[in-house]
Each structure stands twice: as structure tokens, then as C-alpha cells.
Design a binder for this molecule. Structure first.
Ligand code: ZN
Length: 330
């Protein structure tokens, strides 16, 4: 659709807040994991290493900058505003000065960051520590959206994701993101979070630049990638699926059976089940397509009689728990 897919982690911590690694290590990790961009989002409210490091938040960014340039990782300057619920925690990206995010009145803090041109999203709305009775949307969030002080929601965080928050993004026209919120060294994070890969926000950008990422975030051009789960607007997931999975022409046609190759060139394994009961006699009821592999599909039916068959993609979510649907002529 004219965009490139950038792999971004928009929520990371270092020793400049309560993280456990020096800032430039985050760039090395991002490089080794194939990311395009990271946002540094240390917070001012909780800085347990203050006694040992000069935790002026802008310093973390400064310490990452040259490594980011060297390794060609796009580095977004951000800050996390960590307040009690509501409104909870929020990340502000593309800011000038992180150290101004310290007004005890959260709205004044957010307004100050918005005045710096920040893109702001609500972090981990279902985090158990702040959502003991379940995930919930508050009046405060409605007010912040109306005042243009919330532009998105973090639908996936650390080792979990929140279908309700995906629903809110679609209903309220907000940008979804999916991030690690990493505090530990990366391999230890993956072990603690129980994930094979870091949670990632896929950003559909015109170019591989900070300005293009900002533009894409404001235009809701994102999807979330959590293990084999993809979440996002139907148009983006549909396109991602079609770019990842190709169906060959039929071959080896016999009287009542023919074959297709289904190739999946992405790092996501897809699981599908057939939509209509009636099509089960024709095509497989379930299809599992492992990442980066090709499988053989056997389809019954008269020679030359190709019909549309719809499948539900179980690992792609477009609204709450609603799945993506795709149709092939088989
Ligand atoms: Zn955080």
C-alpha cells in the first residue's frame, strides 16, 4: 500500500529510571533483534538509582544517540508519566525535554508535553497492579481524549495483551501500540515475560525516518505483534496477510482433487479455520502455516470448478476478539 513496515519498541527503560541496563545497551539489543526504532521512556516519578546516576532523563537519550546513529537505529526521545489510575501510566514520544514532565497535576504535565509536540498513549491499561478489578475505561480518559492529550493505547505490554483495549482503539479512533516495557536485559526479559520475541509495534511508514514514524502514529498506521498474534485495523492486517502468504496456481489436477502450495514468508505462524460448514467437504477445515515455510493444500471438487472459500485467521484480531477473515478462490 506504499508503506514500509518498521519494527518499533515504543516503551523501554534504563538505569535512568527503574531499568537494569545502561542506555546504549538498549540500542545494541535493538540492533541484534532487528528493530528499526526504539523510544526511550524513562520516568521521573520513580528513579531508584538516583543515588548513583545523574537521572536527568534527557541524559539517557544523550547516552544512546551516537550508538543509535552508528547502528542505524531510529531513536525517539520520550518520557513515561507514571501516575495512579486514573489515568495510570502514559508515554509521550517525540518530545524536546523529558525533564519538564514533573507537574503533580497530570493534566498539566500532559499538556506541557503535548505543547512540545508529543504523541501520547495510555500504557498497559490492563496491568494487574492498576486494574485489580479488571481493565476499565475511566471518565478521565474520555476527558484526555477530548482534550487531545491521549492519541493512542498500548494494547500489548511486556508479556500480555488486552482485547478490550483493541476494541477501544477501533471505537475511539486511537492508535494502537504493542511494546516490551523492558526493564531487564533483553534475554532475561523474554524469559520473565514468557515470550519468544520482544513485543513490537509494526509502523507502516512512508520512509524509514523519525518524521515518517510520527506521521504514521498520528494517522493510526500501526499493528501490534505479540508472539504469533497480530492485532490492528482490518485493512492493515489484511494487507500484511496477503503480503506474507501466497497461494500457488492449482497443480496435479485429477478428477476430484487438486493441489496448491501455500507459502508463508513471514515470521508469524498463521492458524486458520474454515468459515462455512458447507465448504468442509471441499477444502481443509483447519490450516496451520508455520512461519517461513510452505505447505501443501489438497482441495476436492470437480476439475476446473473454482469457488471462493473463506477462512477465519485465528491469530489476527481486528476488533476486540473479532478475527480477520480471508477468502481464496480454490
Ligand atoms: Zn514503562
Amino acid at each position: 500500500m506504499g508503506y514500509q513496515t518498521l519494527k518499533c519498541d515504543l516503551h523501554i527503560h534504563t538505569v535512568f529510571s527503574d531499568g537494569h541496563v545502561w542506555p546504549d545497551v538498549r540500542i545494541w539489543e535493538a540492533f541484534r533483534e532487528g528493530l528499526d526504532a526504539v523510544a526511550i521512556t524513562d520516568h521521573l516519578e520513580y528513579q531508584p538509582h538516583k543515588k548513583y546516576v545523574d537521572t536527568v532523563s534527557n541524559n539517557a537519550y544523550e547516552l544512546m544517540k551516537s550508538t543509535a546513529e552508528e547502528l542505524n537505529i531510529l531513536l525517539i526521545k520520550g518520557v513515561e508519566v507514571t501516575r495512579k489510575m486514573p489515568p495510570g501510566h502514559l508515554n509521550a514520544l517525540f518530545i524536546e525535554n523529558a525533564d519538564l514532565a514533573d507537574d503533580p497535576d497530570y493534566e498539566k504535565t500532559l499538556q506541557g508535553l503535548a505543547d512540545q509536540g508529543a504523541f501520547i498513549f495510555w500504557n498497559h491499561p490492563g496491568w494487574i497492579a492498576q486494574a485489580k478489578d479488571g481493565i476499565r475505561w475511566y471518565d478521565e480518559h474520555t476527558r484526555l481524549v477530548e482534550k487531545n492529550l491521549i492519541h493512542g493505547i498500548e494494547v500489548g505490554n511486556y508479556g500480555e495483551w488486552y482485547p478490550e483495549a483493541l476494541g477501544w482503539c477501533m471505537e475511539k479512533n486511537l492508535t494502537l501500540s504493542c511494546n516490551s516495557d523492558i526493564h531487564e536485559p533483553s534475554d532475561i526479559y523474554r524469559e520473565y515475560a514468557g515470550v519468544k520475541h520482544r513485543l513490537v509495534t509494526l509502523v507502516f511508514a512512508r520512509e524509514r525516518t523519525l518524521e515518517s514514524i510520527r506521521e504514521a502514529l498520528l494517522d493510526h498506521r500501526t499493528a501490534g505483534w505479540f508472539e504469533d498474534t497480530l492485532m490492528g485495523q482490518e485493512k492493515w492486517l489484511n494487507e500484511l496477510f496477503l503480503q506474507s502468504v501466497t497461494l500457488s496456481k492449482p497443480f496435479n489436477e485429477m478428477d476430484r482433487e487438486r493441489f496448491y502450495y501455500l507459502s508463508n514468508s513471514s515470521d508469524v505462524s498463521y492458524t486458520l479455520h474454515i468459515e462455512n460448514e458447507a465448504d468442509k467437504s471441499l477444502a481443509p477445515e483447519r490450516i496451520f502455516m508455520p512461519a517461513n515455510s510452505t505447505i501443501l493444500l489438497s482441495v476436492k471438487g470437480q476439475k476446473g470448478s473454482v469457488v471462493p472459500v473463506s477462512y477465519i485467521v485465528e491469530n489476527c484480531f481486528i476488533r476486540g476478539r473479532e478475527n480477520l477473515k480471508i477468502t481464496w478462490n480454490l
